[in-house]
Design a protein around this ligand. Structure first.
Ligand SMILES: Cc1ncc(COP(=O)(O)O)c(C=O)c1O
Length: 456
């Protein structure tokens, strides 16, 4: 790509744009990074520098890669015909995508459209509260969430944040959200045990019994915890969670905002574990960032609870998301899904994910600083520690230096960021589902160099 002179853009950005997750003091001495163009797995910045993107647009979103003209064309064709109408009415792509999506989610039947992961989760929280109000005499209104999980940026989504640094300074929070312990075996709360998964689920049951099962309506869990450190629940965990929820009549809400639509090698992360959810939310990869769309998916049994009494003027789901009616979202999502199917990207994700984990495990043999490697499909993490025996976390500044070193080499990787105090020490990788063997090797090669340079 030819270098563009973007001086004016940089100055306009510096003067007026408030960037996400950025301490702006740094921009007094350096230029903001402007990403100008993308193709496949690569992006180019304002200096013309090429980067291999190992985090799919920074936050695990651009699953089918950059520069997909067929998605752009589908959006354009839809917009000139019909761009928007409130979703109290239907749309052609909204109906088509709902039908295609439900084919991938046996047991689920209904889709509620909105436009961000946070919003999709808020819909579930509202549904659970309304179910409690209408069907449980106001009881069963509490919602469980797990330590280290994240569900979004709004005040109520932050009320369900198992990542204290995300929530810090933004309280007071919405009442009725209760934390359950994490399920990361590497940081076991029970010492070394051979049934960690079951014990982590038992710890959830203890919270339920402490709170009173008749006060709890739902549990909200990531299938694989993303920003909290790439945590794949251990064997036995999900089975027991399912049993506990059945026993106490607690609805299961799986937050697939990151894992949904292919990231882990199945259409949905929960499908690895045989869980039967009542709610599934998704956003980022649904249209790979070509349009803003999120979905709150429910079973017919949940849906029925909102139409059982047509004479009650307040008895249905009285919610609207203005931009949930944008037709660009579902039309982009349809084409995104077609690409994943036609290009065999689920199988590629599994194969390339195995290669990525294999490469990281090989690096762990060389670099003592890698304490744990974990992941599923093309979502992988490497937790860095000072000492393998004590598992003392590596200094966050050094982990940042590894990310910075990769960036200097032209490879964009991520890390747990302002998530858990003292535990922002996991490198995070989520390349697009189109990754080729060379891409995977280039990513881990850059990490190899960076670890040598930062840790010796
Ligand atoms: C698991 C999970 N849920 C929800 C969200 C919130 O999504 P959004 O930023 O689209 O509101 C995120 C964002 O990173 C996430 O990782």
């Amino acid at each position: 790509m030819a270098t563009n002179d973007l001086t004016e853009i940089i100055e306009a950005d510096r003067a007026h744009v408030w960037h996400h997750l950025l301490q702006h003091k740094s921009l007094e001495t350096t230029d903001p990074r402007i990403i100008v163009e993308g193709r496949g797995m690569r992006v180019w910045d304002q200096t013309g520098k090429e980067h291999l993107d190992a985090v799919s647009g920074g936050v695990w979103t651009v699953n089918v890669g950059y520069g997909r003209e067929s998605i752009a064309d589908a959006i354009r064709d839809q917009l000139v015909k019909m761009n928007y109408f409130a979703n109290s009415a239907g749309s052609v792509p909204g109906a088509r995508f709902a039908e295609r999506l439900m084919e991938k989610m046996p047991g689920m039947t209904r889709v509620y459209y909105s436009n961000s992961g946070s919003e999709a989760n808020e819909k579930v929280f509202k549904m659970v509260r309304q179910i409690a109000e209408r069907h449980h005499g106001g009881r069963k209104h509490k919602i469980l969430y797990r330590e280290r999980d994240y569900h979004g940026t709004t005040i109520t989504a932050l009320s369900a944040a198992g990542q204290p640094q995300r929530a810090a300074q933004y309280g007071p929070f919405t009442p009725g959200f209760v934390e359950v312990p994490h399920c990361l075996e590497y940081r076991s709360q029970f010492g070394q045990v051979d049934n960690y998964g079951e014990m982590a689920a038992d710890a959830v049951e203890e919270v339920i019994l402490r709170e009173g099962p008749d006060t709890i309506g739902a549990i909200c869990l990531e299938p694989v915890t993303a920003g909290g450190g790439v945590i794949v629940p251990p064997a036995g965990y999900w089975e027991k969670i399912q049993d506990i929820c059945t026993k106490y009549d607690i609805l299961i809400h799986i937050d697939e905002v990151v894992c949904g639509v292919g990231r882990t090698g199945e259409w949905f992360g929960y499908q690895h574990f045989g869980v039967k959810p009542d709610f599934v939310t998704m956003a980022k990869g649904v249209a790979s960032g070509y349009a803003a769309i999120s979905c709150t998916v429910t079973t017919e049994a949940v849906f029925d609870m909102f139409k059982d009494d047509a004479s009650d003027p307040l008895g249905y789901f009285r919610d609207i998301s203005t931009f949930g009616g944008c037709a660009s979202g579902p039309v982009a999502a349809l084409e995104n899904m077609r690409i994943i199917e036609d290009e065999g990207l689920l199988a590629n994700t599994t194969a390339m994910g195995d290669r990525l984990i294999g490469n990281l495990n090989a690096l762990a043999e060389k670099h003592e600083v890698i304490g744990d490697v974990r992941g599923k499909g093309l979502f992988a993490g490497a937790e860095l520690v000072v000492d393998r025996k004590t598992r003392e976390p590596a200094d966050e500044l050094k982990v940042q230096a590894v990310v910075g070193n990769c960036m200097a080499q032209g490879v964009i990787i991520g890390m747990t960021n302002r998530s858990l105090p003292g535990l922002n020490n996991t490198l995070c990788l989520a390349p697009a589902l189109i990754a080729a063997p060379d891409d995977v090797d280039t990513i881990t090669g850059a990490i190899d160099n960076a670890l040598t340079s930062v840790f010796g």
